[in-house]
Design a protein. Sequence first.
Length: 318
Amino acid sequence: MTRSLNKIVGALSIAVLVAMATLFASCAHGQQYADVSGPDTRTKLAVPAPPAGIKHVIIVSFDGGKPAVIDQAPMPVLKSMAESGAATWNAQTIMPSITLVAHTSMLTGVAPSKHKILWNEWKPERGPIATVPTAFALAKQGGLVTGCIAGKEKFKHFNVPGTLDDFEIPDYHAAACAAAAARFIAARKPGLLFVHFSDPDGAGHAFGWGSPQQIQALADSDEALGVLRDAVAKAGIAKSTVFIMSADHGGHDHTHGLRIPDDMTIPWITYGAGVRKHFSITQPVVTYDTAATALWLLGIKLPADFDGQPVASAYVTR
Ligand SMILES: [Zn+2]
């Protein structure tokens, strides 16, 4: 009896060890996610010429910015930009719906199956993103001034040599990122600038998605967005600047990462020069459309294997 029990326990232990070894091996190769979004399956829409005179695109990501929580938050800047510009509150992120994987799709224009950045922390040994060009690299090839200002160390993967005139991780908080971005806007009037606000994600993990603390973090991030809008006005470039505000993922309870509407649904809002006024976007928007839209607006040719398509319906096209 005891001997056969020992045998069973022994066999079970080996099974557990094998499972753990497999898991670690797959983690080591960055393949720990069972559900990874493949290439885009939407019909390719005809792409018109972009609106004339766009010289600057500023992408702002509210980390964990779930539309249903934004709806409850005092965010006068974002909401006025959405109301007077063009918006959808039903854009979609990719799987896995986590920060580094999703931002890589947002800023490379391709699905995770192509960019293969399938981990979610700063891994110095992996170095900068090398599987596909980033939007910054494409913009830089087009002769533009580029910047990436983020609140989390994992964004160091975007710092590909020769592609960014400014790369900063000033602090975790939105206020510090916005202040750094405002300085860069004043000094260089960038062609393509990405600014990341961590606070809503941090509060979501600590206190829950939709918690009062997360609502406050969204309000703080909205104030930071106001700093960016003011910096653009002060630099005298408002008439040639387009803003795109979005998020990498939503969330539920204290987490995110699943293929469920709570985690997958993100806002996609655009405001500024050439944007349709009071326009509700109905074309389906996926996060990799952000890179496609930014580059299209700036007159840069999109690589043939992009999954993203410009959200052209949101603009007064020629
Ligand atoms: Zn995130």
